[in-house]
Design a protein around this ligand. Structure first.
Ligand code: HEC
Length: 127
């Protein structure tokens, strides 16, 4: 996890200057493997959301830059998802008619999107 975080930070730094975005999946998942066999809220989901959404959707940033929607903590995100709204998935997939998320930033990698989709399809367990 520490290693992943390090790579993530490294990649985010590169991302500012270069096209690292397109290879970030390879850095995160060696050999381009997207391992979604064991998706956990406490692991991959929290990792993706805290890195890609908390700048605007944490408890402290949401009132300022995330239209008061916080995805920090299981209670907040599960309450939003429990409405059955497809907005969350549609936004990260950049579906027409939805505000693309992360707002004004590069789209999540295919693997990140797939990971979040699988977790939601599984009924967003608090695992
Ligand atoms: C740079 C700031 C920023 C980032 C990063 C960001 N968002 Fe947002 N998000 C917003 C703002 C602002 C809105 C309000 C809608 C708008 O501006 O159109 C919003 C709205 C949303 C909504 C719709 C909420 C509703 O019901 O109206 C969803 C879902 C969402 N964001 C998901 C995400 C996810 C998931 C991520 C991370 C992968 C993310 N956002 C990253 C700023 C951000």
């Amino acid at each position: 996890m520490k290693k992943l975080l390090g790579i993530g930070i490294f990649c985010s730094l590169l991302l500012v200057n270069s096209g690292c975005y397109y290879d970030s999946e390879e850095h995160l998942y060696p050999q381009g493997i997207c391992d979604t066999a064991d998706v956990k809220y406490s692991d991959q989901v929290t990792y993706i959301i805290s890195n890609k959404c908390f700048d605007c959707h944490s408890n402290s940033t949401a009132p300022i830059s995330g239209s008061n929607q916080s995805w920090e903590g299981y209670a907040n995100i599960s309450a939003y998802l429990s409405t059955g709204s497809t907005t969350f998935i549609s936004s990260i997939n950049h579906v027409a008619g939805y505000t693309p998320m992360p707002k004004d930033r590069p789209k999540l990698t295919d693997c990140e999107i797939r990971t979040l989709e699988i977790w939601i399809q599984n009924g967003y367990p608090n695992n």
